[in-house]
Design a protein around this ligand. Structure first.
Ligand SMILES: [Zn+2]
Ligand SMILES: [Zn+2]
Length: 342
């Protein structure tokens, strides 16, 4: 099969012919219909993820069609249209037994723990636990972002922060996951302040319902406090950087909730968390890591009803031959880029 491969961290990203995977007994192989380009892929390429073994194929945000099924799989057959959370849970550990598959202690992740979806085919573990059937009306390009960024944003806003109508939500970083969070928060009845250094990203945030668009260049907490009458109820670091993490926490009103969504690999340095404010304002600092497959029906229902529109965030469709350059330039273009051709 054709796949996007890197053989050294930060090195060339080239399309190569490599062996196609076989399914594990409990797993499937999916023919990739679309694969979103996410900042986490860039982290994997940069060597920020200790799970990645070279040579490596990135890609974890996918939708496609089941092409081969392991002998122990009961719920899926060849031809089923599916997506999958980027966290593939084991289905058997204590976290999985509690329904918290997104923090499974024996998880695998395509594009990190094994080869990913920037390829014609990708292997997925524990298919009965992890696959999500796509409704007929949902195309692969739109569905790809449900594997990571849109589902991650949905869970962060709706289930971790538990955003309520009328609350102010500040979103720091308006890339794919940030724009998704803007859309989900607006649909939940919140009022949104979007923060980014890119005017194009802020225009997309406004088009997706953000009430205020704030330049992230400086003075962000004071600006958010002024716009929201004392600070946001909920604030998300949707980028994963020291500055956005700290700005997010400092943007909160007393008893506000910070949700860390963007990855902060220690290799990039550690953020300074203002714990003095966490105490003095009784802030909550929360983490959000993907979403379990069993939690997808609520999200899919809102998409089918037109209340959420992930397709509005897809700004570019690329062939596999263009994926390497796009991955290396992640974050420079607004919206979500999806690789469709292999
Ligand atoms: Zn587990
Ligand atoms: Zn991702």
């Amino acid at each position: 099969m054709r796949a996007l491969v890197f053989e050294s961290f930060g090195g060339p990203l080239t399309v190569q012919d490599v062996p196609a995977p076989d399914p594990a007994p409990g797993g499937v192989v999916v023919r990739v219909g679309a694969s979103g380009l996410c900042r986490s892929d860039w982290h994997a390429w940069q060597g920020h993820d200790p799970d990645v073994v070279l040579p490596h194929v990135p890609g974890h945000e996918l939708a496609g069609t089941v092409a081969a099924v392991g002998a122990d799989v009961r719920r899926w057959r060849v031809g089923d249209r599916v997506t999958v959370p980027f966290v593939n849970a084991c289905g058997r550990c204590a976290q999985c037994a509690a329904g918290e598959h997104q923090v499974c202690t024996r998880q695998t992740q395509p594009g990190f723990t094994h080869w990913g979806s920037m390829a014609e085919y990708v292997a997925l573990d524990a298919a009965d636990v992890n696959l999500v059937a796509l409704p007929d009306g949902l195309d692969a390009v739109t569905a790809a972002s449900l594997g990571c960024r849109f589902a991650t944003a949905f869970r962060a806003v709706a289930q971790v922060a538990r955003v309520r109508p009328g609350e102010w939500v500040a979103v720091h970083g308006c890339g794919g996951v940030g724009l998704s969070a803007v859309q989900v928060a607006v649909a939940a009845g919140a009022r949104v302040v979007a923060v980014d250094v890119s005017p194009a990203a802020l225009r997309l945030a406004a088009a997706n319902g953000a009430e205020h668009a704030v330049d992230g260049g400086g003075g962000v907490p004071a600006t958010v406090a002024e716009l929201t009458g004392g600070g946001a109820h909920v604030s998300l670091d949707a980028l994963g950087a020291a500055v956005t993490c700290e700005n997010s926490i400092r943007s909160l009103r007393p008893r506000g909730r910070h949700v860390q969504v963007g990855l902060l690999p220690p290799a990039q340095g550690r953020p300074e968390v203002p714990m003095d404010l966490v105490v003095a304002r009784e802030l909550q600092v929360l983490g959000s890591h993907g979403m379990a497959a069993h939690a997808y029906p609520e999200l899919l229902g809102l998409i089918a009803a037109g209340r959420l529109r992930p397709q509005a965030l897809v700004t570019r469709e690329l062939g596999l031959d263009e994926a390497g350059a796009a991955l290396a330039a992640v974050g420079r273009g607004p919206g979500i880029a999806v690789v469709t051709g292999s």
